[in-house]
Design a protein around this ligand. Sequence first.
Ligand SMILES: Cc1cc2nc3c(=O)[nH]c(=O)nc-3n(C[C@H](O)[C@H](O)[C@H](O)COP(=O)(O)OP(=O)(O)OC[C@H]3O[C@@H](n4cnc5c(N)ncnc54)[C@H](O)[C@@H]3O)c2cc1C
Length: 439
Amino acid sequence: MSETLHVDCLVIGAGPAGSAAAIDMARAGLKVLVIDRGEFPRFRIGESFLPRTKRALRRLGVLDRCMALPHARKVGVEISMGDHRYGSRTYFFRDTIGDGEKDAFNMARIHLDMMMMEAARDAGADVRTTCALRSIQSHGDNGIIANTDAGVVHAKWMIDASGQASSLGREFGTRRYHSFLQNVAYFEHFEGVIRPSGPAAGCFGLTVLDEGWFWLIPLDDQRTSVGFVARETLHRTLDIPAEDRFWWAVERTPIMAERMANARGPSRNRVISDFTYRCDPFAGPGFFLVGDAAAFLDPVWSTGLTLGLLAAEQAAAGVVRLSRGARPAAERARYQAWASRVVGRAFELVEGFYDPAFRDLLFAPSQPRELVRGFVTLLAGEFDAIQPATAMRCLALKSMCAVQKRFPFVPRRRPFRLRPDGVTNRVPLAQLASKVALQ
Ligand SMILES: Cc1cc2nc3c(=O)[nH]c(=O)nc-3n(C[C@H](O)[C@H](O)[C@H](O)COP(=O)(O)OP(=O)(O)OC[C@H]3O[C@@H](n4cnc5c(N)ncnc54)[C@H](O)[C@@H]3O)c2cc1C
């Protein structure tokens, strides 16, 4: 039977961002209702995290719970250009500037998200799954009224953490897509994948192609998440079913064909849209947007969860201050400025990856150690607390990029092409994985 509920804050979505916000607000004594239209535990992609994610989870008091779940330590990123022409480059989190976390971890989201949702419940939030937001009747600084599967909810404030569904972004028509980051991801979990080894052991494997890139994420002792992200120019013109595109790309990419030679897993892949967007403004009368509901960035540097947790912390703190009498307009302005700055920095890092000049620098024969440290500190997810030492190094790197573009001073590095005109690099499928479905 439909009820009428009165709460301090309604959170839409019990993913990591929504749960994190709920934990903080419930601990501050607010009455919090979290609704999620899904059923938990549930699958989610996005399994590789940053040192800054670890720090955010530590602050929330859930890092120990996290580390008790199946996971793999992550020490940095190994980058190759698809074949063996330029070898590979490795960037380690241990080189970050400052006293932040010096490593991170990877984990299947089915574990992480369930743990976060339970932690929100333990903190005192009322978390209801298979319970969707249906519509918003009204919103303003004097409260919001929402129709949900639990009934009509009267809340003083609302946090939209509905992920790519972007409930409020859609409602208000504020979602804006990036001009060229309109990718699609094809992925699955496998056993028997050859992972980065030697000095690169424990690294996220990033294989760059002209038309996209591969991720290789060790999840635990056995399982590895492997995905292929295709750029718009490729996925819009490829004449094969979407569920077959992962293996299509693996067969043609020398490094991936080697790594997947003995892989066991599904023969067809999952597919997810990977279009970069933002729903600006990030706050309005009665509400805040956090996580993917606010902005989604191409996942090449694994920034998603970090941004979601950092935004959740800020939005929750804003709601707590409002509950203590802060001025709504001031809180909105503060959050908007914070989110624009932090999301903007992450956007820059992602756009950098797609800039050929930046890739040239990543593969430069010699690299000034201090610039590498600046880059790695950003890579570690320090978007919210960039120290002048990091900012200076990143600025220098940006200037070098601009010079490289016009007057190349390090060799140009063209990534491997999946579709070189008229040439096929295909490795015979028979030589690849046995492709037996995992249990
Ligand atoms: C291909 C790909 C690879 C990625 N790789 C990484 C990575 O390696 N590292 C990383 O950090 N990030 C990665 N990401 C991004 C990461 O997945 C997201 O940033 C992260 O899941 C965002 O968390 P969230 O809590 O904002 O949203 P979600 O985890 O998506 O949670 C949103 C919740 O809202 C619920 N919901 C939606 N609509 C409603 C409604 N109307 N009513 C009630 N509930 C609703 C949903 O059921 C869902 O549970 C990747 C993303 C993609 C697409």
